[in-house]
Design a protein around this ligand. Structure first.
Ligand code: SAH
Ligand code: DHB
Ligand code: MG
Length: 222
């Protein structure tokens, strides 16, 4: 199998499972136009996020790493009328593109894009004692995944779902002696999944239009 076949298969699957969607397509178009990197989730991954949030019945969603708001739109569409999604982004320019994309998708009323280092923002949430989240999507800088998990757990309740993107990185995460800070971060994150008594977890590899990568899925225990 080669990458061209993975892409063709992804296109075929998306044609069979997803209707064309102007707001989502515009979000990708405008993100590319603004020069943002194309590191958003794939359409079928976005729909999986959406479906998992719906299955969880999530009313409060936290996203760490907004980029142009593509995954944000998928997740926010899973919310009930009184739901909220907070999404954290370090780069002002990314947040500006995301806000426009979210507005175009008619989701400004339920989504707040918060600019700043996500660690600072999460620490402020903890200090302020904000209510726990039902679903947390971790997708910012990979070196900081262990810290994000520690903070996310403090913003969770029993039953909270934590999904972390990019835990495979073309298989590089299996390299025990890697000096790549992203790989070291993801490996430390996966070690925490292995040892945290509060988490029940799995992790899956994916191939497709975003190459060879994957995600972990955890449920916070009672
Ligand atoms: N979730 C998006 C993709 C996110 S890409 C999607 O699938 O559509 C990762 C994003 O995390 C980038 O926009 C990057 O600027 C942001 N980021 C990196 N380090 C960060 C930090 N310390 N705090 C907040 N955001 C950060
Ligand atoms: C990268 C980040 C992502 O969130 C992603 O989905 C793919 C790649 C990156 O930083 O390389
Ligand atoms: Mg990602």
């Amino acid at each position: 199998m080669n990458e061209q076949q993975w892409i063709a298969m992804d296109e075929y699957l998306c044609e069979r499972t997803q209707a064309p969607d102007e707001a989502l397509e515009a979000a990708l178009r405008e993100s590319a136009h603004a020069g943002l990197p194309a590191i958003n989730v794939a359409p079928n991954q976005g729909k999986l996020l959406h479906m998992l949030a719906r299955l969880r019945g999530a009313r409060r969603i936290l996203e760490i790493g907004t980029l142009g708001g593509y995954s944000t739109i998928w997740l926010a569409r899973a919310l009930p009328a009184n739901g909220t999604l907070l999404t954290l982004e370090a780069v002002e320019r990314h947040a500006d593109v995301a806000r426009k994309n979210i507005e175009r998708a008619g989701l400004s009323g339920v989504v707040s894009v918060i600019v700043g280092d996500a660690v600072d923002t999460l620490e402020s949430f903890i200090r302020d004692g904000i209510p726990p989240f039902d679903f947390i999507f971790l997708d910012a800088d990979k070196q900081t995944y262990p810290t994000y998990l520690t903070l996310a757990l403090r913003l969770s309740r029993p039953g909270t779902v934590i999904l972390a993107d990019n835990v495979i990185r073309g298989g590089r995460v299996a390299e025990t002696n890697s000096t790549d800070p992203d790989v070291i971060g993801v490996r430390a994150f996966l070690d925490m999944l292995a040892t945290s008594p509060r988490l029940s977890s799995t992790a899956l590899q994916t191939v497709g239009s975003k190459g060879w990568d994957g995600f972990s899925l955890s449920i916070v225990a009672d």
